[in-house]
Design a protein around this ligand. Structure first.
Ligand code: ADP
Length: 409
């Protein structure tokens, strides 16, 4: 089955065409036939496209709306020289990444009018993300008369117990406005934790305790028992938890009130401060990019060093806390651009956790870059692995299962 996976942002559409079916998904043999991104929709857009076994292609041109972007993507997928399809009708289904599914969507679902209404109801919870996701769906629905499936960033975390998702705020805010922890990056945490269970031969084992660290531009960490999320670091919004490229992660909520007062900030300025000017960038004053910071640190840049140190310290604190939550640990997984590539970050964030059963093998760690690999020592009771994430593949698999009438995982 050929599944088109779409991930629509406010000015971008990421896409992948994936060939998958139940047998190849179980065997891990399903793959992307083509992928790419359209950026800067609304102006002079850039379209990048890469098909299996071909040279990557880049085009620029005015693209004013998502529907035209999807039309252009379909044009490339069926173009004689670079295409991988003869006709767009070869696409069997479309899988959409949806950011927020609130409490209603606990698994991926087939999109119908009722579901669409439910996703629209979650706009209040994700005002920046759900609207472009919905726009992308509406565009694709007009162009492709097949079944469409929604896969949510939040749904994997719907198994969290109340003690993990409730904040110490008046309960009425939860009842009235859904103020609680939801968590994000669910497809990534689910993908790598499932893969970890497969590697350990413990799929379906209710006692398996895994901590997954998704470290990209946004960062989050999840405690997973028996394949189910029991706690995660992002909250009502993706602002909470680990230090990120430009987001602060955990801060004293009183800081927001204080800084808004002393700096005379309005809501949109405070929003920009917390989302765009904080985190690694805010502390270092150099960059939000971990590679650049590690480089600057090696050249003696003090604030780059302290930014990286805060990042690793916070991560270590969460790993240790989640070992407590899980009452022990079988495996820690690193993924995302930083988790998959940044050797010193992995080393620094588990240093000293030997007493909790996590012992890194430094040679293995140094050799693991963008590959699936064990990086713990043979005598480490808790395993440490690097597992590259593949959110699009998971979205394609969910879509394939749902349109085939199989139960969602
Ligand atoms: P996104 O969350 O946007 O998908 P990625 O998962 O691609 O982002 O992660 C981006 C982060 O990964 C950046 O901070 C980047 O510097 C970091 N990264 C990528 N490669 C390396 C590397 N070799 N060493 C250190 N950091 C890296």
């Amino acid at each position: 089955m050929k599944v088109l996976v779409l991930n629509c942002g406010s000015s971008s559409v990421k896409f992948q065409l994936v060939e998958t079916d139940e047998a190849s998904a179980v065997a891990g043999r399903d793959r992307a036939l083509a992928k790419g991104i359209v950026e800067n929709i609304g102006g002079l857009a850039i379209l990048r496209y890469e098909a299996e076994g071909q040279k990557p292609l880049k085009e620029t041109g005015e693209i004013l709306e998502h529907k035209i972007a999807v039309e252009r993507i379909l044009g490339l997928l069926t173009r004689e020289d670079v295409g991988v399809l003869r006709d767009r009708r070869e696409i069997d289904a479309v899988g959409h990444r949806m950011v927020h599914g609130g409490e209603r969507f606990k698994t991926s679902v087939l999109i119908d009018d009722d579901v669409l209404g439910g996703i629209e109801d979650c706009i209040d919870l994700a005002p920046l993300h759900n609207p472009p996701n919905i726009k992308g769906y509406r565009a694709a629905r007009e162009l492709l008369q097949v079944l469409h499936v929604a896969v949510f960033d939040t749904s994997f975390h719907q198994t969290m117990p109340a003690e993990a998702y409730l904040y110490g705020l008046p309960y009425v805010l939860y009842q009235r406005h859904g103020v609680r922890r939801y968590g994000f990056h669910g497809t990534s945490h689910r993908f790598v934790s499932r893969r970890m269970a497969e590697i350990l031969g413990r799929v379906g084992d209710p006692t398996l305790r895994v901590i997954t660290c998704h470290l990209g531009n946004g960062c989050s960490i999840t405690a997973i028992r028996g394949g189910h999320s029991v706690d995660t670091s992002m909250g009502l919004t993706p602002l909470e938890g680990l230090l990120m490229g430009t987001r602060a992660g955990d801060i004293d909520a009183g800081i927001v009130l204080h800084v808004m007062t002393v700096e005379e900030l309005g809501i949109s300025e405070a929003n920009a401060l917390l989302n765009k000017h904080s985190g690694l960038l805010g502390i270092s004053g150099v960059s939000n990019d971990m590679r650049a910071l590690l480089q600057a640190e090696s050249e003696g840049h003090e604030r780059a060093r302290v930014a990286v140190e805060v990042f690793c310290y916070r991560l270590k604190k969460y790993i240790a806390a989640y070992v407590g939550v899980l009452e022990g640990i079988d495996a820690v997984v690193f993924t995302g651009g930083i988790g998959e590539n940044a050797i010193p970050i992995r080393a620094r964030s588990v240093a000293g956790l030997e007493t909790m059963g996590l012992r890194l093998d430094h040679e293995r760690n140094a050799a693991a870059r963008a590959i699936e690999a064990e990086v713990s020592a043979d005598d480490s009771p808790g395993k440490i692995w690097v597992i590259p994430t593949n959110e699009e593949l998971l979205i394609a698999r969910d879509t394939m299962r749902i349109v085939s009438g199989l139960p969602p995982e």
